[in-house]
Write a protein that binds this ligand. Structure first.
Ligand code: EPZ
Length: 427
C-alpha cells in the first residue's frame, strides 16, 4: 500500500492554526546537544520525519533520548559510545551534516556519509563547511563510497573565516565546531536566518560564548564544556508562511498562532502586494483574502530577504493572479521543478534558468501530481486546495519530512484533504 494525499479543492480556509517548532532550528540543535555535558531538555520539538531521523541518529550513537511529552524531548549524550553516526540515517537528510561540526568539536575526529535531503539545485555542495573546519585546524578527506573524514589531530583553534557565499549550513556547522575550540573564531559574511540565532541562543543557554548571531559577523569564543539546561525551539517561519500563502490562494481568513512577527515580515509584504490583509499581535498573524489576487514579483535571497523555502508555495496564488508575475530564484541554481506539475493543473508558467514568469489564469484544475521535494510538496497541497476538482499528490514522504500534521491542520480550517491508501501502486 502506498499513501497519497487526496484533496477536493475550492474551499476557502477559515479558522485557527497553531505553528510547530522550526524544522531548520531543531535539526541543528539536536546535534548541538551532543556537545553538552549534561541533560538537555528541548521544548517545542516538531513532530516531523527529519527531526525523528536526527533523533534516531544521536540515539544510534548511544545518546539517551526520552520524550517527556509529544513536544518535549530530553537528550543525554554523556555516555555517547561512538563517534561515527549511522551511515544509512545520515544519507536520509541534508541536515545530518551538523553531526560533522558537533562531533569534530567533541572528538576532533569524525567520519560521516555525505548528507542527503532535497535535491533541487543540482549538486548541493559542502565545500564552505569543509573550508571552515580546515581553517580551524582540521584535515579532511573524501573517501570511496561517499564518506568524508574530518580530523583535527592537534585540536581546533579559533580563526577568522570569510564565507564567500552566504550559507546557512556552513555558518551553523562552523559555530558548532568552534564552540569547544581554543580561542576566538570569527565568521564573516555569516547567514542571518532565524534558525542561526536560535542555535546561538541554545548554545549560549548551555554555557557557550557566541556573539553577533543575526548579524553578518558572528564571534565564538571557545569554552571548555557546555552544561545541561532547558531550551524552547522557535516557531517555524516557513510553516507559518506556507499557511499564509495557502489562504492567499484559496481566500478566507486564517489566524496563525505561535509565530514571531519579525520572521514573517518578508512574506507578509508580498501578500499585502497581492491584495491580502495581514494583521499581527505579539504572537499571531491573521491573513485574510476576500478580493482578487494582484500580480507581483518575488526574488528569493538570504534572510532578511524573501526565503527560497517559501518560493514554491507563493507561486500558487501567483498562478491565479491578474496579470503576469515574475519569480527569480536567488539562492539555488534551480528550484522550479514543480512547475511541470502545476502545468498539469492548467497553470501558465515559463521558466528560463533562475527566472519563472507566471501568467495568471482564472482557475487551476485538480490533477494527479507529484511532490518532488518538501516545499514543492507544500505547493502541490496549496494548488490542490485552490483548484477546482480533485487532486492527488504522490511522494508525500517529502512533505512529512518538514510539516507537522499538515493534513490535520488544514482539515481543521475547512480543507477537504485526507491521506488515502493506494493498493499496489509504486510511489
Ligand atoms: C538551508 O540549507 C536549509 N536547510 C534549506 O531549507 C534552505 O533552502 C537553505 O538553507 C537556504 O535558506 C536546512 O536548514 C536544513 P545554504 P543549506 O548552505 O544550509 C551554496 C527546506 O526546504 N553553498 O544556505 O544546505 C549553495 O549551493 C530546506 O527547509 C555553497 O556554495 O543551504 C546555495 O546556492 C531545503 N557551498 C547557497 O550556498 C557550501 O558549502 C545557500 O545554501 C554550502 C552552500
Amino acid at each position: 500500500m502506498n499513501k497519497k494525499i487526496a484533496i477536493k479543492g475550492g474551499n476557502p480556509l477559515n479558522g485557527e492554526i497553531n505553528i510547530s517548532g522550526a524544522k531548520n532550528a531543531a535539526v541543528a540543535i539536536i546535534p548541538a546537544a551532543l556537545l553538552v555535558d549534561g541533560v538537555c531538555r528541548l521544548e517545542n520539538i516538531p513532530n516531523i520525519v527529519d527531526v525523528m531521523v536526527q533523533l534516531d541518529i544521536v540515539r544510534g550513537m548511544g545518546a539517551d533520548v526520552k520524550f517527556l511529552t509529544p513536544t518535549i524531548v530530553e537528550i543525554d549524550s554523556r555516555n555517547l559510545d561512538r563517534s561515527d553516526p549511522p551511515f544509512e540515517l545520515m544519507r536520509k537528510l541534508r541536515a545530518s551534516y551538523y553531526l560533522m561540526g558537533a562531533l569534530l568539536s567533541r572528538y576532533h575526529d569524525v567520519e560521516v556519509a555525505m548528507p542527503g535531503g532535497c535535491n533541487f539545485g543540482g549538486v548541493r555542495p559542502i565545500d564552505l563547511h569543509i573550508k571552515g573546519f580546515e581553517a580551524l585546524g582540521a584535515e579532511t578527506a573524501v573517501k570511496e563510497g561517499g564518506f568524508v573524514c574530518v580530523k583535527a589531530e592537534n585540536g581546533l583553534h579559533g580563526k577568522t573565516i570569510f564565507l564567500d557565499v552566504v550559507s546557512v549550513g556552513a555558518t551553523m556547522n562552523i559555530m558548532l565546531a568552534a564552540t569547544l575550540a581554543e580561542g576566538q573564531t570569527v565568521i564573516e559574511n555569516a547567514a542571518k536566518e532565524p534558525h542561526i540565532v536560535d542555535l546561538a541562543n541554545f548554545l549560549n543557554a548551555m554555557g557557550a560564548n557566541v556573539m553577533g548571531a543575526g548579524t553578518d559577523v558572528i564571534k565564538i569564543t571557545g569554552v571548555e564544556k557546555l552544561h545541561g539546561g532547558t531550551y524552547s525551539i522557535i516557531p517555524d517561519q516557513i510553516e507559518a508562511g506556507t499557511y499564509m500563502a495557502a489562504v492567499a490562494a484559496t481566500g478566507g481568513s486564517l489566524l496563525i498562532k505561535n509565530i514571531i512577527p519579525k520572521h514573517l515580515e518578508c512574506i507578509s509584504t508580498k501578500l499585502v502586494e497581492m491584495g491580502c490583509e495581514v494583521t499581527y499581535t505579539d504572537d499571531t498573524v491573521r491573513v485574510t483574502r476576500t478580493g482578487e489576487i494582484h500580480r507581483t514579483n518575488i526574488k528569493t535571497m538570504p534572510y532578511p530577504g524573501f526565503p527560497t523555502d517559501m518560493q514554491p508555495q507563493m507561486a500558487i496564488p501567483l498562478c491565479l493572479a491578474q496579470g503576469a508575475s515574475v519569480i527569480t530564484e536567488g539562492v539555488w541554481d534551480s528550484r522550479f521543478r514543480y512547475v511541470d506539475e502545476l502545468r498539469k493543473m492548467g497553470a501558465e508558467i515559463h521558466v528560463d534558468g533562475k527566472v519563472a514568469v507566471f501568467n495568471g489564469v482564472d482557475r487551476l484544475m485538480g490533477a494527479p501530481v507529484t511532490a518532488y521535494d518538501l516545499r514543492a510538496g507544500a505547493a502541490m497541497i496549496i494548488a490542490g486546495l485552490a483548484a477546482v476538482g480533485d487532486t492527488t499528490i504522490s511522494d508525500t514522504r517529502h512533505i512529512e519530512r518538514g510539516y507537522d500534521d499538515i493534513v490535520g491542520k488544514l482539515r481543521s480550517v475547512g480543507a477537504i484533504i485526507e491521506y488515502v491508501e493506494v493498493p499496489g501502486e509504486a510511489e
